[in-house]
Design a protein around this ligand. Structure first.
Ligand SMILES: CC(C)(COP(=O)(O)OP(=O)(O)OC[C@H]1O[C@@H](n2cnc3c(N)ncnc32)[C@H](O)[C@@H]1OP(=O)(O)O)[C@@H](O)C(=O)NCCC(=O)NCCS
Length: 149
């Protein structure tokens, strides 16, 4: 699997992955494109067998990294793609001297919560009615020990 910086040509594939998950807060092609103007923003693509398997976007806001969106195409689930994308985020965090990774996840999104728990994220808060004024968001955080920097 190859993890690399995203390019304009990837955005249609990212939007197609988002469309596989009805209800997921989708950015659409325009949303990904808009991130190019944000100097804190990093978007990465995962490539597998020459196909776009997934993406991640995060903001480096030293001393924190904010994970904004992460998804893997259904055809590639449970092959470690999300873990590889998260691993790359952690590399960026360490290089940028960021000690804290923060994210919000829908309280009903068991797959994502399991993924983050497997990567040592902990629930540190809850935002009621965060999604479409109904579902709550869990705030999850991973703090990196100083030795990882
Ligand atoms: C959540 C998501 C990104 C996981 O992607 P993935 O590439 O399948 O995840 P990985 O293969 O790296 O999984 C790593 C670990 O996470 C956990 N995990 C992932 N999906 C899981 C599921 N459906 N059920 C239970 N645990 C799961 C497991 O511990 C897994 O390890 P294992 O396969 O050895 O058991 C994917 O399901 C997805 O794109 N969902 C829709 C978008 C979304 O909800 N994104 C999260 C936004 S906050």
């Amino acid at each position: 699997m190859l993890i690399r910086r995203a390019r304009k040509e990837d955005y249609a594939a990212f939007a197609a992955i988002e469309a596989e998950y009805p209800g997921y807060p989708a950015w659409g092609e325009k949303g990904f494109e808009a991130e190019e103007k944000n100097r804190h923003s990093v978007t990465l693509a995962a490539e597998e067998e020459g196909r776009t398997a997934g993406f991640i976007n995060f903001w480096i806001l030293r001393p924190q990294v904010q994970l904004n969106t992460l998804a893997v195409a259904r055809a590639f689930l449970r092959r470690g793609t999300a873990s590889a994308l998260l691993g790359k985020l952690l590399e960026y965090a360490a290089k940028s001297l960021c000690r804290e990774i923060d994210l919000e996840v829908n309280e009903h999104n068991a797959a994502a919560i399991a993924l983050y728990a497997a990567h040592n994220f902990e629930v540190v808060g809850k935002r009621p009615k965060f999604y479409n004024n109904t579902d709550a968001a869990l705030l999850m955080r991973r703090v990196l020990p100083a030795k990882d920097l």
